[in-house]
Design a protein around this ligand. Structure first.
Ligand SMILES: Cc1ncc(COP(=O)(O)O)c(C=O)c1O
Length: 352
């Protein structure tokens, strides 16, 4: 019997551990993961209850109906769209398709942790460009300056998590033009809250990839469903590198029902935008600095009280996310409904 522990690949050994706090969140006010804080449209669960048979679960997933309906909804041909197990799998498939060991990947800092995670698993060389300090603005000039002919991928969230700041289409086009050899991902996880999308640019730029998720405004984070869009020739390669059944039957069924209820989505977005204004006013009254956001979360500057504030709120069953390890003094608060934000502000005022 061998006594030595089995060693992983050096790339995996080198990785910093990433363990998001999960578990025990169900009964709390969850302002920590930028989810929909009231749940998905009831039509989604109703559709599943009415359409899911025992036989459906016995069969490997079939995507024909979902592909037709989502292609219609997004107004993108079926061969320019890939279903993924959340955006996370979209990032993974993109990296696996285009990035080799030692290849260079450009990221912004701070940003969504999974870009670095999958790049590091692949053994890529990650270069990070910082958001501009004062207002956490998108560092367009700095990013353009960092692109080299050997840049193989550039992974950008627009708007970005956790800063809440975004860039415009003009900036995105400049990046696409400057990096013809790189797969450029524009992750639009929070698109519905800001309305800026690079999706129409797909026809024009062969190096553009756009992702959307059903984990945020659609309230289906537990389903793990996302869509990745690009030119048909790119989608063909990524399809080849993807596990054939990574999206389960239930998720495909739920996504079909979800896109049909746009009334629910519009109403939730309107509510969140009103709640965000309420949050700004409440923070100003408390004289707590914050960053203007284009998404359903706001970064708050709590100074040296970041962790105590998070912990004190947790004791009141309100979850927020500490970001002080990457942005000194900052915590991130997901914006839910106005009632939820009123409750948050009340508890915050009591401990501030
Ligand atoms: C920018 C960004 N992209 C993607 C995700 C996760 O998406 P999914 O649940 O679809 O994997 C998040 C979640 O926090 C995010 O902030």
């Amino acid at each position: 019997m061998p006594k030595e522990e089995l060693r992983p690949r050096p790339a995996v050994e080198r990785m910093a551990p990433y363990s998001p706090p999960t578990g025990g969140r169900a009964d709390m006010l969850r302002l920590d993961f930028n989810e929909n804080t009231i749940g998905c449209s009831p039509r989604v669960t109703q559709f599943i209850a009415e359409n899911l048979t025992e036989n459906d679960l016995a069969v490997y997933p079939e995507y024909t109906d979902a592909r037709r309906e989502l292609s219609e909804f997004f107004q993108v041909p079926e061969d320019e769209m890939l279903f993924t197990n959340g955006t996370d799998e979209a990032i993974q498939v993109l990296v696996n398709t285009y990035v080799d060991d030692e290849d260079e990947v450009l990221l912004l800092r701070p940003s969504y942790a999974m870009y670095k995670f999958y790049s590091e698993v692949a053994g890529a060389v990650v270069r990070e460009i910082d958001y501009r300090v004062a207002k956490l603005e998108f560092p367009l000039q700095e990013l353009l300056g960092a692109i080299t002919p050997s840049t193989r991928a550039i992974l950008i969230a627009n708007p970005n998590n956790p800063t809440g700041t975004g860039t415009n289409l003009e900036g995105i086009e400049r990046i696409l033009k400057k990096a013809p050899n790189a797969a450029v991902l524009i992750d639009e996880a929070y698109y519905e809250f800001c309305g800026i999308t690079a999706l129409p640019l797909i026809e024009e730029y062969p190096n553009l990839f756009v992702s959307r998720t059903f984990s945020k405004v659609y309230g289906m984070a537990g389903m793990r469903f996302g869509c990745l869009f690009s030119r048909a020739s790119n989608i063909k390669w990524m399809h080849k590198a993807q596990s054939p059944y990574s999206v389960n039957s239930l998720a495909a069924l739920a996504a079909r029902a979800a896109v049909r209820d746009q009334g629910y989505i519009r109403k939730y977005v309107t509510e969140v935008l009103a709640a965000r204004e309420l949050l700004y006013v409440g923070l100003e009254n408390l004289k707590i600095p914050y960053f203007q956001s284009q998404a359903n979360f706001v970064l708050i500057h709590a100074g040296d009280r970041a962790i105590p504030v998070r912990d004190a709120l947790r004791a009141k069953s309100i979850l927020i996310r500490d970001r002080s390890y990457e942005l000194p003094g900052c915590v991130r608060v997901t914006v839910g409904t106005r009632d939820q934000i009123r409750l948050f502000l009340e508890e915050l005022a009591a401990i501030w």
